[in-house]
Ligand binder design. Structure first.
Ligand SMILES: Nc1ncnc2c1ncn2[C@@H]1O[C@H](COP(=O)(O)OP(=O)(O)OP(=O)(O)O)[C@@H](O)[C@H]1O
Length: 596
């Protein structure tokens, strides 16, 4: 089905719920008509039963009223069940799309990562299923009540109309005077929540260095701003809510007085006088409820706006034709890239062609752009200029879900997630025990996992729980190897490893070589760099040298150690041989097969 491009999935889901909203509105019609039962019953009792002194009439009327009340209760019950289901349906329809949009936004704008969209979806759902919405369903029936009052007596009608206009103006004033304050309070609340969450994630370091007062002060300042705006808005809304409630009661008393006057005049019965007062109260109730529930409405409206913004900012991934499984050939063609959301480039004019099964070491001083290059190779950061091609296909042509199993990534800051070790290694997909053990063995971590309290079923919480950094890194390596990917990027894989770990890593690299897996390894340690086919030296975001370890040693007179540590002397020497080295070795042989 064709979709209007400006419609977000939330709007489409809300449209799909239109039928359910219409049936809730339909039930509201009967509920509102039945709301006339109590005043009309009172009218009959006063004007008919008491004057005729007929017990049969009273009994009949009471039975009818009893029946109508049961019907009304049933309708209310059904209406609220419909709305609860609408809310759940809406949530189910958009929550996964929303989760992935939130996730993709965090990848594209790491500084703006926030779980707020899920809170927004909750507040929208709660509004749609709560009492706040009923006022909106009941409001269209105000004219019916007014009509009945006009039937009783025109003065009654005019009086209720005027009272309604006054309360409506108060509702407008409420919206106008609280809208901006509530929006500001809302955004400050989101910011202070995000700040608190990020502080909690880094609790250990904050605690160790006694940084709590300073960091709490920053949170408290944000929270204070939120409180100030929120209480200003609540003060204003509270004043208007109370005023509206008081006026409604006053109007109800006044209409009773007006009724009494009309009774004395002889143009109204006492029953009509009392019923009129009740009906007017009923007519004004939705306006009163709207003013009272305005904060919830504004919250839901803001949440709805934010959700739509997010969903249009991160459109759903189009269906892509599946591509054949890649073999691991990679080409970067004049690639320049910048961190997402930033203007400055951290990689410039990167050109390289890597054959299947080649092992490339990436070295360079701090902030040279090594991790940036890793991200570009994996398609996490898009190339601003140039192309990144995996087996000839632009990396962005792949759907992420289809490409993911062919890639392995061990980031510098290894994060494991809440779940068992096996689930973590299996990347939270279906756990295939054979594949899990194979990956663990390849990473040389099988024995270590078996020594854990519950082996592969050991539950890791809080990003790794009781595991040491080195253990986490090695399980992270097994995760990167799960499913035998064709291209693996290891960012400082030996940063936390002891000798045994380093030895296991060397064996792992050899197995990957035997399997024909293309590997990029970023490291400062010479041991691992001796085994790679070529070493790429990055300097200020550019390739400064790209050659085999032997060529580098021959040309610079420095062993690999010199490059790995990227000391200034070696750097100068490397720079001096750059043209020859690049011209000769920056691309793989034409066949793009691995070097022997
Ligand atoms: N997410 C980001 N947002 C903004 N700037 C970034 C981001 N990631 C990296 N940079 C910047 O890009 C440049 C290269 O960083 P990168 O992490 O790629 O260097 P590196 O060579 O891996 O350094 P190191 O060896 O210290 O890990 C740095 O100036 C860094 O400040």
């Amino acid at each position: 089905m064709a979709r209007r491009s400006e419609e977000t999935d939330l709007q489409i889901a809300l449209k799909a719920c239109r039928g359910a909203f219409l049936s809730a509105a339909f039930f509201s019609m009967f509920i509102n008509l039945l709301m006339l039962v109590p005043p009309l019953y009172m009218l009959q009792v006063y004007d008919r039963v008491i004057t005729s002194r007929s017990q049969e009439t009273l009994l009949m009327l009471t039975l009818v009223v009893l029946f109508l009340f049961i019907v009304m209760g049933g309708l209310e019950f059904i209406r609220s069940r419909i709305l609860v289901r609408v809310g759940n349906r809406l949530d189910m329809q958009v929550n996964q799309r929303l989760y992935s949009a939130m996730f993709k936004k965090s990848v594209a704008m790491p500084g703006k990562a926030s779980a707020q969209p899920l809170n927004d979806l909750s507040s929208l759902r709660q509004f749609l299923t709560g009492n706040g919405l009923f006022a909106f369903f009941d409001a269209p029936w105000i004219p019916v009540y007014l009509g009945v009052l006009f039937l009783f007596h025109p003065w009654f009608g005019y009086f209720a109309l005027a009272a309604g206009v006054v309360l409506f103006l108060l509702a407008l004033l409420n919206e106008k005077s609280t809208k901006d304050l509530l929006a500001e309070a809302n955004s400050e609340h989101v910011q202070s929540q995000d700040l608190a969450n990020s502080n909690l994630r880094n609790a250990e370091v904050l605690h160790a260095m006694g940084m709590l007062p300073g960091i709490m002060g920053r949170w408290a300042a944000k929270h204070h701003e939120y409180l100030v705006h929120q209480s200003h808005a609540s003060d204003r809304a509270g004043t208007l809510t109370n005023l509206s409630k008081t006026l409604r009661l006053l109007f109800q008393s006044m209409i009773l007085g007006l009724g009494a006057y009309l009774v004395l005049e002889g143009s109204l019965t006492p029953g009509m006088m009392i019923a009129g007062s009740i009906i007017m109260g009923r007519a004004l109730a939705p306006i009163d409820q709207m003013i009272g529930g305005w904060k919830g409405f504004v919250g839901a409206r803001t949440a709805h706006g934010r959700l739509n913004d997010l969903l249009s900012l991160v459109p759903a991934e189009p269906q892509r034709m599946p591509l054949p499984a890649p073999s691991g050939r990679l080409a970067l063609e004049s690639v320049s890239a910048a961190p997402p959301g930033e203007r400055f480039v951290t990689l410039r004019g990167i050109d390289m062609t890597i054959g299947k099964g080649e092992h490339i070491g990436i070295v360079g001083p701090s902030a040279a752009g090594k991790s940036s290059l890793a991200r570009v190779i994996l398609g996490i950061w898009p190339a601003q200029v140039g192309h990144v091609r995996l087996d000839g296909a632009e990396i962005g042509q792949w759907s992420r879900e289809a490409l993911g199993p062919y890639l392995g990534y061990l980031p510098q800051d290894i994060e494991l997630f809440d779940g068992t070790i096996s689930e973590n290694i299996a990347r939270f997909g279906e756990v295939d025990p054979e594949k899990v053990v194979r990956a663990a063995r390849k990473a040389g971590v099988h024995e270590m996992i078996l020594r854990q309290p519950n082996g592969y079923d050991t539950y890791l919480s809080g990003g790794g729980g009781a595991l040491s950094c080195g253990q986490r890194q090695r399980i992270g390596l097994a995760r990167a190897l799960y499913g035998d990917p064709v291209l693996i990027v290891l960012d400082e894989p030996n940063a936390n490893l002891d000798d045994a770990g380093e030895h296991a890593l060397a064996e792992c690299m050899q197995r990957l070589k035997d399997d024909g897996t293309t590997v990029f390894v970023i490291s400062h340690r010479p041991a691992i760099l001796k085994r790679v086919d070529r070493i790429l030296v990055l300097k200020e975001g550019q390739i400064s040298l790209f050659a085999s370890p032997e060529e580098i040693a021959a040309q610079t007179g420095h062993p690999v150690r010199g490059i790995a540590s990227a000391n200034p002397a070696a750097g100068q020497k490397l720079a001096s041989i750059r043209p020859r080295a690049r011209g000769k070795t920056a691309t793989a042989p034409a066949s793009e097969e691995p070097k022997p």
